[in-house]
Ligand binder design. Structure first.
Ligand SMILES: [Zn+2]
Length: 120
């Protein structure tokens, strides 16, 4: 298990996952604040009958960005879980080791390059 990764590699990759998580949580929090603010503006102006389509578009954009961040956050948490369970860095499809370089480029990778390409 994870023989292709040294203890130092795992520590470095774990650090990156933690940093990704902090950044995502921060972005999700910002998006939530924007959505709340946009909602309040819409509530207030809606009654006045003014055009709120721009603020609605902004709200929808922030909402879709937040969904993407949410999905990334889930991937990060799943990677952390695999790490704590001791099967991090193993391809979920073929069970072979995911290349160290690939993990450093994409710490949340669940498939080796060959299996990922096979899916495209
Ligand atoms: Zn594979």
């Amino acid at each position: 298990m994870m023989k292709h990764l040294s203890g130092g590699d795992i520590r470095e990759l774990h650090l990156r996952l933690v940093q990704m998580k902090i950044r995502l949580l921060d972005e999700i929090q910002n998006a939530e604040a924007d959505i709340k603010a946009a909602h309040e503006v819409r509530e207030g102006e809606g009654r006045g009958g003014s055009d709120t389509s721009e603020i609605t578009r902004f709200e929808e954009l922030r909402r879709s960005e937040m969904e993407i961040d949410d999905n990334h956050l889930r991937e990060v948490e799943e990677a952390e879980h695999r790490m704590s369970e001791g099967h991090y860095g193993v391809c979920v499809d073929c069970g072979k080791a995911i290349a160290r370089e690939r993990l450093f480029a994409l710490p949340t990778a669940v498939r080796c390059a060959a299996c990922k390409d096979g899916l495209l």
